[in-house]
Design a protein around this ligand. Sequence first.
Ligand code: EAX
Length: 327
Amino acid sequence: MSFMSKALAFAGAAATSALVAAAAQAAELKVGYSLSETSHYGVAATVFGEELEKRTGGKYTIEQYPANALGGEREMVEGAQIGTVDVVITSTGPVGNFVPETLITDIPFLFKNYEHAHAVLDGPIGQEILDKFPEQGLIALAWGENGFRNLTNSKRAVKTPADAEGLKIRTMENPVHMEAFSEFGILPTPMAFPELFTALQQGTVDGQENPIGVILSAKFSEVQKHISLTNHVYSPALIILSPVVWDGLSDDEKAAFTESARIAAAAMRKKVREDADNGVAILKEQGMEVVEEVDRAAFETALEPLMAKYSERFGKDRLDAIINHDY
Ligand code: EAX
């Protein structure tokens, strides 16, 4: 072999072994979420995968597991803790059972609008909460969004808390939501999301509450007649990473994961807004009866005793810092 061809062969072998080494380290991450691929979570997963692949030179790619394929949100978060699930896109619903500091974000009527929620969650208050996750064996990469929640039921049009009294409503497995719903005179029934469609269909519960995008994605119009635009609580979402993955990353890779999650979260929020803006008309077409003129003040007043309790539990200063936050 000539010197030149030897050199080429050597270079070729080196390139090949570099590729083999990269391939050996390359990882396809399992990303789980509760909604369909066309939902705001699906949009976020796709953007996260694209950004991550680009920012890590193809070392990290994702495979999506939509529609509860890896279990309910609580189960997926448990999976992230032990490393059987790599990434979870989830509402905060069950997350307060792992990281109690998130519960303050689940208080009804806390956030006045999307801008208010984004300003708080993207600022120091939100970051302080994300920083609590590692203590519980989880990494929270970014705040995403599920949206403002609205009440649906199969029994009657609900405009006031009095109309809702006695309805059996599925809530998330979230103590703050359950307490608030009791104040409205509702019978809260905590249940994992994957069981919800069947429970509504069989009448185990009369209703549920979720953002428009979730109601569309889960096809709840097939099993619910009435929707009230209560917008009673902002529902944050989180992009959570397993510490098993995080601990194996270089600093540059950690930055790539965080940045990819932030870009994915922005895409998630955009889709939530589109669904909120366009989805009510679609639900009407699908046969739902929409109560637009909800007496929100009456719902908010019903919560006053609970707000006094929350002021003690979460700290008045902390709560006020959120309520009075600039946006
Ligand atoms: O995250 O459980 C719920 O109602 C959530 O809003 C839903 O799974 C989307």
